[in-house]
Write a protein that binds this ligand. Sequence first.
Ligand code: MG
Ligand code: MG
Length: 250
Amino acid sequence: MGIKKKSKYQIELMKQAGNVVALVHQAMKESIKEGVTTKELDTIANKIIKANRCDPTFLGYNGFPASICVSVNEQVVHGIPSDDVIIKNGDIVSVDVGATYRGFVGDSAWTYPCGEISDECKMLLKATEDALFQGLSRATAGAGLEDVAGAIEDVARWNNLGIVRQYGGHGVGKDMHEEPFIYNYRTNSKIILEAGMTLAIEPMLNLGCDDVVQLDDNWTVITKDKRPSAHFEHSVLITDGEVEILTKLL
Ligand code: MG
Ligand code: MG
């Protein structure tokens, strides 16, 4: 057990998976428009993943019924794509994508605006993306996981945003969820990062309170106060220098 470090070969497989995840995100960015259903987004994602010799990691994971999670507005994570959810102008749409290539996983989420969104949603998206990259800027061999979490927490606090407590980042590789669990706030973690670790860093920040609840579908997580939430995630490789993003186009 413990945190698994990856070989060069395993990292190459993760880059291939990450490339396909990035291809899906490129398509999502182009496809999220007024009138599209979240089920249509899922179909597009599934086709791209399979056309690139990957498996959709989420499909069947603990029984999840789709290839991507699509979480709109107050939905935080784990939204189930549906014919009944039609995207409209002003929505913010979080898409979480996982692809598995020859047994290795890439996992990345992004929140997209549809049309013109409110100023406070613009701030939420910018701050959550900033939180991801501030966290990543601290993710180097020898640093503490606490440094990463603290950098994310600081951006949330400066912007007066809620921080989701029950969900967070994780090790990623042969399994989508490996050790360690990565909180998006300080917890006095003593874990030190080492070159060769692969992690998914994923702040989830809310315009309102920290608290979230799960809906009766046993998947969809929404904010308790029903205010909007954003989610930005990359799978990365820890090195002796700057972090290397794995979920990007090759
Ligand atoms: Mg994810
Ligand atoms: Mg993840």
